[in-house]
Design a protein around this ligand. Structure first.
Ligand code: PLP
Length: 322
């Protein structure tokens, strides 16, 4: 298995880095210093999910599967279906009916079978887990037996940041839903630190919705153990959908990363996500998904009252108008 994994990762040299650039105009508008954007929206399907979908499809093929499956609110499904199409492997994408529509036509055009269920996302993850086991599908969803590869995929973002800036920044701000992306980036920095390639691990600022996310809830209330929220009390909206959840599948890893790095987790309202996405568009001319602009909103709120010298890298996880 180890050899197979190395092969999947080795063969999978990413096609190119996502851009990282200093956001000078945004700095001026927000009265911040040393702000850099790492624009994951430049990936083929416009979100950071491309990092992990590619690895899953490679692994599925190497293991001899003919079908991959995923439970998703849209972005991850679009990414899995795209890489499945490129690699001529069948894909089944399960979407909660609440979200059906946002990226459905794209998923359909990639040739995926779409299952729409009147379930919450977290329940759909369990449904697809059972279905994949009975149908012998390779499951790309979080908390599956294959999800260990996600951390490896997201580590790449940390490696690129260090290569692009030349050292580790002071802070990294990342939107959190399940927490996988933040946990993976943190793991990448830890690895570089332990091998002596950087002299510190950045502080991590996790941003999420104020309408229900276990990571911001747990951090705000001082819990070291990730909490599960009351499913009936979370509120899903078109804006917060990539981030809202009552159960965060990699929430413990993300929470540990935030505590260990002496960072913070910050809740952001929908209106603020939209406002900051417009600020990014007006100041830097790039279109980002409002949920990803939560990372800038959180970094701004956290840093404006502090004096800090080193760089802040804001990971903009998705492009707008998907
Ligand atoms: C664009 C975007 N940003 C951030 C996230 C949150 O990522 P994670 O679930 O890894 O915390 C998602 C999750 O779907 C997403 O689609």
């Amino acid at each position: 298995m180890k050899k197979l994994i190395e092969q999947v990762l080795d063969e999978d040299k990413p096609p190119g880095m996502t851009p990282l650039f200093r956001a000078v105009n945004t700095e001026c508008a927000l009265k911040l210093k040393n702000v850099f954007f790492k624009y994951e929206g430049a990936g083929p399907t416009g979100t950071q999910k491309d990092r992990i979908s590619r690895l899953h499809i490679n692994l599925a093929k190497s293991l001899g599967y003919d079908t991959v499956s995923v439970a998703t609110c849209g972005n991850y499904g679009a990414s899995v279906s795209y890489f499945a199409y490129l690699n001529r492997i069948k894909s089944v994408v399960a979407i909660p009916s609440f979200y059906a529509g946002s990226r459905n036509s794209e998923i359909y055009e990639n040739g995926s079978d779409i299952i729409v269920k009147n379930m919450k996302y977290e329940d759909l993850v369990e449904y697809i887990k059972a279905k994949s086991a009975s149908e012998n599908w390779y499951n790309c969803s979080p908390s599956s037996e294959n999800s260990w590869i996600d951390i490896l995929g997201y580590r790449q973002i940390a490696y690129e940041i260090v290569q692009q800036i030349g050292h580790a920044p002071g802070y990294v701000a990342v939107p959190v839903g399940n927490g996988t992306t933040l946990a993976g980036i943190y793991s990448g920095f830890r690895k570089l630190f332990l091998s002596g390639e950087i002299d510190h691990v950045p502080r991590f600022i996790g941003s999420s919705t104020n309408l229900g996310n276990p990571i911001v809830y747990s951090w705000k209330h001082g819990y070291r153990q990730i909490q599960t929220l009351d499913a009936a009390r979370i509120i899903e909206t078109e804006t917060n959908e990539p981030l809202v959840s009552f159960k965060a599948f990699d929430g413990q890893k993300a929470l540990n990363a935030i505590y260990q790095s002496k960072g913070a987790a910050i809740a952001v309202e929908d209106s603020e996500m939209i406002r900051y996405s417009r600020i990014i568009e007006h100041t830097q001319g790039i279109n980002v998904l409002p949920a990803s602009a939560s990372a800038l909103a959180a970094a701004h709120r956290y840093l404006r009252s502090r004096t800090y010298g080193r760089e802040v890298v804001v990971v903009l996880t998705g492009r707008g108008h998907n």
